[in-house]
Design a protein around this ligand. Structure first.
Ligand code: 6GU
Length: 238
């Protein structure tokens, strides 16, 4: 996997790059690179954005700036680039990220993530350079950087070697292995704390019963989640 993140704030990714699962996959030959729009902007003074036509608050990332950055990185017309790799514009209105989309992205050889800032992108960037736009939820962030890190985190931890031998990403919340349900609860030592115990079955050593209990818990959580969701939609509190 080769992830390129285009951003105005490459230093924002320094902390993320040093996370264990990220350093693990980078050591396995995967790559995460940040590209600064300002390094190749055709405008003077490092300008990358502009006022929106028609007026209104905020600034919009310019299409010529993004084109210059993509051309410098890939040496082809960005209109052709998107036939060769997925180019994702991070935007609050995009396709909602979920486990299925993460799986889809993790199967790609390469991803390009475009971060917008301020009021976002000139729409022509999304229309002509991107293959799609992706959102991490129905709320608005000040920029795409946090969303890009969320996407990269979720994708990279799916890759072999990310989590080490002791942990598998196969059976976790919202995975196919759990039929799309949330994960079962976990407990560790101490077995009792302030009188709060641990489900007896987990201490029993019966692997099959533990498995059965975990499936059941996962299903119960799925049902509770569905009920809470339905209640919220009906404007009630669960
Ligand atoms: Cl991808 N970008 C921004 N700016 N805000 C968001 C988002 C993305 N996803 C949810 N909110």
């Amino acid at each position: 996997m080769q992830i390129d993140v285009f951003t105005l704030f490459p230093e924002a990714f320094d902390w993320f790059r040093n996370q264990r699962h990220v350093t693990n996959v980078l050591a396995h030959g995967h790559a995460l690179d940040c590209v600064d729009y300002r390094d190749t902007t055709p405008l003077t003074g490092g300008q990358v954005d502009d006022m929106p036509f028609g007026g209104g608050a905020g600034m919009v990332l310019r299409v010529d700036v993004v084109e210059a950055a993509l051309r410098a990185r890939y040496d082809i017309d960005p209109v052709e680039l998107r036939a060769r790799r997925r180019v994702i514009a991070l935007a609050p209105s995009g396709r909602l990220l979920d486990d299925a989309l993460v799986d889809e992205l993790a199967a790609e050889p390469a991803l390009t993530l475009l971060c917008g800032r301020y009021e976002g992108f000139d729409e022509r960037i999304v229309e002509h350079f991107a293959t799609e736009s992706v959102s991490i939820g129905r709320y608005v962030l000040a920029g795409g950087e946090l969303a890009a890190m969320v996407v990269a985190d979720a994708v990279l931890r799916k890759l072999p070697g990310a989590l080490g031998h002791e942990h598998s990403a196969l059976e976790e919340s919202y995975s196919a292995a759990l039929e799309g349900a949330p994960e079962y609860p976990h407990y560790t030592r101490p077995a009792e704390w302030r009188g709060w115990g641990v489900p007896e079955v987990l201490l029993s050593g019966h692997h099959a019963r533990v498995e059965e209990w975990r499936r059941e818990q996962s299903r119960l959580r799925a049902r509770a989640e569905r009920d809470a969701h339905d209640a919220a939609r009906a404007g009630r509190r669960p």
